[in-house]
Design a protein around this ligand. Sequence first.
Ligand code: SF4
Ligand code: SF4
Length: 132
Amino acid sequence: MQINEAEIGKRESFIKLVEELSGQNLFACYQCGRCSAGCPMVKKMELIPSMVMRLVQLGDEKVLDKNTYWICASCYTCDVRCPKGIDIAKVMEALRQIKLRKNMNYVDIRKIEGIEELPQIALISNFRKYTG
Ligand code: SF4
Ligand code: SF4
């Protein structure tokens, strides 16, 4: 695939934004896969965590169309396993922030069935993670 200069600039901006928001050096990742191997949520993810890392290294915003960063439970298993000390949960959080800043919520509270029956603390944490 050929990439023109405008596309390169767009990709560089995306990489910079993810690095700024996460505070992580994305290019430290060398794709060992240990994060994905230990992730308890991986079966529900459209992209495994190491693939997310690869796409953000490439500045590929298609990563935002996948569910991985919403599904991530911020359990930090991947962070503990990463030989390069990358806090992958923070990368996932950065992706959530980028999406939410576009006013694109993951959960529409009007569509939650039986909302009045749900524990308030669960709802609050849900709103904090999935809505802007
Ligand atoms: S922090 Fe997220 S990506 Fe990392 S192991 Fe836990 S659920 Fe998986
Ligand atoms: S464990 Fe760390 S170095 Fe290995 S693939 Fe995951 S983020 Fe990259």
